[in-house]
Design a protein around this ligand. Structure first.
Ligand SMILES: NC(=O)C1=CN([C@@H]2O[C@H](COP(=O)(O)OP(=O)(O)OC[C@H]3O[C@@H](n4cnc5c(N)ncnc54)[C@H](O)[C@@H]3O)[C@@H](O)[C@H]2O)C=CC1
Ligand SMILES: O=C(CO)COP(=O)(O)O
Length: 321
């Protein structure tokens, strides 16, 4: 096996399919043995990515030990699960190439994915794969471009060539902070964009929100050590555009439900909700002004209503762009 995907969600399954179509031997680890058995039996992941056939070269198992010999391990779990997962399996994952495929900031520690891996499993090579891509699009074989970020240039180059396919194009950077903050913060702005549309405030307001949101993402990421050009790339601006403008996005749909005063299925992964709170706390500790993020965190927590959030943002002092 060349690549193992740890986590049997929509994104991990889609990546496994794309890599297997390109000739890699891929294993998917599902933590739930019943889920692994169902995927093996049906040749599909009906729970998380229904309607897509797994190539025959994809194997699925709930036995983590059978996957650790793979050259590269993709960690395709929700962000708030990553720290405990890597800590509990640190001995098994030691010395491996670990590519985080999640977007967000850990609520408990304020860390991003590569810092979590480095702290919990220091002997591993930590990288992150992020950027504009819906799992369903990848699984259908539609063209997609992503960012592979790894602080070690040679390791990053090896991962870029290993994980690229003719339709899944990976661009590379050493700026892990920029790639992961772009991917984390765009989900927060996407929730806000969903609120704007759900509350009937219109496309012009969404464009304003996305623009000011991008300024906020860049301000925060640069203050925390990221490069401006990374934020302007696939993992920042690119993913912001995709997520704020498509109803395929769960973050956008969640925001839309908040804006429209409707309920939302709590079992759906909405990374921007916890990340809004984590980012708001991190920004406050670092003295960075993030009004949209603060408002999304307050909305998610139910501390303000949608009309109060809109009023608060519109009544901020006028200033230079
Ligand atoms: N779905 C998409 O289109 C994309 C998702 N992503 C990112 O991928 C990450 C995962 O998202 P999805 O795959 O979409 O989520 P998902 O909701 O489809 O699946 C999450 C999977 O993680 C598993 N899981 C949860 N906690 C776990 C734990 N402690 N140990 C092992 N497995 C655990 C769940 O059982 C589930 O199979 C997120 O950070 C998301 O932002 C990135 C790009 C695209
Ligand atoms: O990150 C994504 C697209 O790049 C997926 O977005 P959602 O998690 O909002 O569905």
């Amino acid at each position: 096996m060349t690549v193992a995907v740890l986590g049997a969600g929509a994104f991990g399954t889609a990546l496994a399919i794309a890599l297997a179509r390109n000739g890699a031997e891929v294993g998917i680890w599902a933590r739930d043995p019943a889920h692994a058995a169902a995927m093996q039996a049906t040749g599909r992941n009906d729970r998380r990515l229904p309607g897509v056939e797994l190539p025959e070269t994809v194997t699925v198992s709930a036995d983590l030990a059978s996957f650790v010999a793979a050259r590269t391990l993709l960690l395709a779990l929700p962000m708030q699960q990553l720290d405990s997962f890597v800590r509990s399996h640190a001995a098994t994952l030691a010395g491996r190439s670990l590519v985080a495929c999640c977007k967000g900031i850990d609520l408990a520690t304020g860390r991003g994915p590569t810092a979590i891996i480095a702290s919990a499993c220091p002997s591993a090579t930590a990288a992150i794969l992020t950027g504009p891509s819906f799992a369903a699009d990848i699984a259908r074989g539609l063209p997609t471009a992503l960012t592979l970020a790894c602080a070690l240039e040679r390791a990053g180059a090896a991962l870029q060539s290993e994980l690229s396919t003719p339709v899944l194009r990976l661009y590379r950077t050493e700026d892990t902070a920029g790639a992961e903050l772009g991917g984390a913060l765009k989900n927060v702005i996407a929730i806000a964009a969903g609120v704007v549309i759900g509350a009937g405030l219109g496309d012009s307001a969404r464009a304003a929100l996305m623009t000011r949101g991008f300024a906020e993402m860049s301000r925060m990421a640069i203050a925390l050590g990221a490069r401006a050009e990374t934020l302007a790339g696939l993992s920042g601006f690119g993913d912001l555009v995709l997520t704020c403008t498509s109803a395929q996005s769960r973050n956008f749909r969640y925001g839309h439900a908040l804006g429209a005063g409707e309920g939302f299925d709590a079992s759906v992964t909405v990374e921007g909700a916890a990340t809004a709170e984590a980012a708001s706390a991190l920004a406050s500790r670092s003295g960075i002004d993030v009004p949209v993020t603060d408002m999304v965190a307050a909305l998610v927590r139910g501390r303000v209503s949608v009309p109060q959030a809109v009023e608060a943002l519109l009544s901020r002092p006028l200033k230079k762009e």
